[in-house]
Design a protein around this ligand. Structure first.
Ligand SMILES: *Cc1c(COP(=O)(O)O)cnc(C)c1O
Length: 363
């Protein structure tokens, strides 16, 4: 059994992938080929955000967004304490300061009450992460931003395809970013990312930034990045996007099956009313994590820890000036992600659940 079975996905859509990729290679337009523009329109149509700019990865998507928002030295950006490192890394890359907010222990997402307590005159914005595929409490976060005149960015690296009150992830904030890393809900065959926004002039600025600050060849208006999506990756993503809704439905069914089989045994994911998750991860909580993970590994069942440390405890940020955020620390000590992808078999979910039940029968 694989944690995320990308080989199964390749085999299923092989003829479509092979023809899409061979067309790119035959045309030899490897950078900025026609598939890039087509993908951007299709992503926009899918999630509803009017402007989409693809780029090289989800980390640089955040960096490019922060650069376009003129974030720099002396600025504070509030991020959840419990997320993948890249959310804070991008803030540090533009020389601003990440401020680590506590999480809601039910959803693992940023807690709006904690955010309110962290706002200072230096706060320029909030990055909410839609962790494991579930969107954070955007209405409350938007209200805080409006009250303080700061911006809201959704780091939707794990949630492309999720919805909140019928609106898709990446279309719930003035600016949003995602990642097409292979294991994300919509992944390519390498690194990729995108930025989504509601405002045309901001979109134009971002488009400059991801291409060396240049709109015309060899004329540079800004210091930017070399952060474009390869045409090959765009072609791969266009194939996967055609099957994406079906895979999202499949992830949702697998998650329901997990929860129905495990609900009495461990703490299963809580999805808030009005939300649908993209199920980037199916993550349980247990105080017996290391023993359970070893027990599963002995039975060839893969599992993963997303993430073993809150950001405030990372060596590069452990400067002792940040709040301790007990919910974030406790989540880091208890979470365990189980096999989940768009083509997982019911029998695989049942096998994982049977092993977990057998483990808890012994404990
Ligand atoms: C994966 C991820 C990123 C970074 O995306 P890359 O494409 O790997 O650079 C950023 N934030 C979160 C929450 C992620 O899960």
């Amino acid at each position: 059994m694989n944690f995320c079975d990308l080989a199964r996905q390749y085999q299923l859509y092989k003829s479509e992938f092979d023809s899409a990729m061979s067309q790119v290679i035959t045309n030899a337009a490897f950078i900025g080929g026609p598939d890039v523009k087509s993908l951007e329109s299709e992503l926009s149509e899918f999630c509803g955000a009017p402007f989409v700019i693809t780029c090289a990865n989800g980390t640089e998507a955040i960096t490019a967004a922060l650069t376009a928002l003129d974030i720099g030295v002396g600025d504070e950006i509030i991020v959840p304490d419990f997320t993948f490192f890249a959310t804070a890394e991008a803030v540090s890359t533009v020389r601003a300061t990440p401020i680590f907010a506590e999480i809601n222990p039910q959803t693992f997402n940023i807690d709006p009450d904690s955010v309110r307590g962290l706002i200072t005159p230096r706060t320029k914005g909030i990055i909410s992460v839609s962790l494991f595929g579930q969107i954070a409490e955007m209405d409350e976060l938007r209200a805080i931003c409006e009250q303080h005149g700061i911006w809201l960015l959704e780091d939707a690296a794990q949630s492309f395809g999720a919805t909140q009150n019928g609106i898709r992830s990446c279309n719930l904030s003035p600016i949003a970013t995602t990642s097409f890393f292979p294991a994300k809900p919509l992944g390519c065959f390498g690194d990729g990312g995108a930025i989504f926004c509601q405002d045309e002039s901001l979109a134009q600025k971002i488009r400059l930034i991801v291409n060396h600050g240049s709109s015309q060849r060899y004329v540079h208006q800004k210091i930017g990045l070399n952060s474009r999506l390869d045409t090959l990756q765009a072609a791969v993503l266009r194939v996967k996007l055609r099957h994406f809704e079906q895979e999202l439905d499949h992830r949702n069914r697998a998650a329901k099956l997990y929860s129905s089989l495990l609900g009495d045994t461990v703490q299963t994911p809580q999805i808030l009313d009005g939300n649908s998750s993209a199920w980037a991860q199916y993550t349980i909580r247990t105080k017996h994590r290391s023993e359970l993970q070893a027990y599963l590994a002995q039975r060839n069942i893969p599992s993963a820890i997303h993430y073993p440390q809150p950001l405030h405890a990372q060596p590069v940020y452990a400067v002792g000036t940040q709040a301790q955020n007990p919910h974030a620390s406790q989540a880091a000590a208890e979470v365990l992600s189980l096999p989940m992808h768009g083509l997982i078999y019911d029998e695989e979910v049942q096998e994982v659940c049977a092993a977990i039940q057998a483990f808890f029968a012994l404990h």
